[in-house]
Ligand binder design. Sequence first.
Ligand code: TPP
Length: 264
Amino acid sequence: MEKLEQTARQIRRHVIQMTYDAGSGHPGGSLSETDILTALYFYKMRYDPKNPEWPDRDRFVLSKGHGAPAFYAVLAEAGFFGLDELKNLRKINHLLQGHPSNETPGVEISSGSLGQGLSVANGIALAGKLDKKTYHVYVLLGDGELDEGQVWEAAMTAGHYKLDNITAIIDRNGIQQTGKTEKTKSLEPLAEKWKAFGWEVSEIDGHDIKEIMDALDEKTTGKPHVIIANTVKGKGVSFMENDHEWHGRAPNKEEYEKAMRELA
Ligand SMILES: Cc1ncc(C[n+]2csc(CCOP(=O)(O)OP(=O)(O)O)c2C)c(N)n1
């Protein structure tokens, strides 16, 4: 557990370093999803970084594609590519673009246009059933992303096909691009909505590694599983926490140094 917490801290440092180096990017939503990604990649998922196309690998879809910095940091720490690549975030002709591209080792689908990931995850999960594969499909959605109608179409589809090989995780940080989700388009009662679409629902503290691990270990039969992970946007850096200003802006030198001191 301690090791996972240390890894998450390291991922947060990478996120600050990467967005500072790039001079752009999305630190807020990267810091809120960090513990979830850490538990997925360093506790739960089966994969082989030397063989990213291994047919039996578990699949991960980052539907909230702007959360790419934390995702890339996790993939680098897991060995899909060198840590050196993190220096080149958002640079033209380099591996790590602003939003995930499936040309990058370890990235299953290109994403960034919100609302599409669950539909793709459904397809991968259905294919797994047809091919009698035992892999599991994980998909991470933003809460603001749930404003997209396609998410609910996909939620209905997964319920209909009883896709119990899919786990959706909602990064419920309560904030989207320009303010609070409940002010932009209210989502509550969120758990009841997913239940009504035929999903098993868990609600957890999305920064408590043990709670994340336990929720990921939960098995559902005949139902897809959604984990509503309550998180803090900007988690770990005091002046970024709960402030939508840090949705899509890089730290300046002074802010970078302060953030790195806090994450030391
Ligand atoms: C279809 C689409 N519309 C708008 C955007 C611009 N956009 C990028 S991130 C974002 C807010 C997303 O909020 P949320 O899903 O809560 O992300 P998080 O807070 O976890 O970063 C928006 C509107 C987009 N990427 N795709």
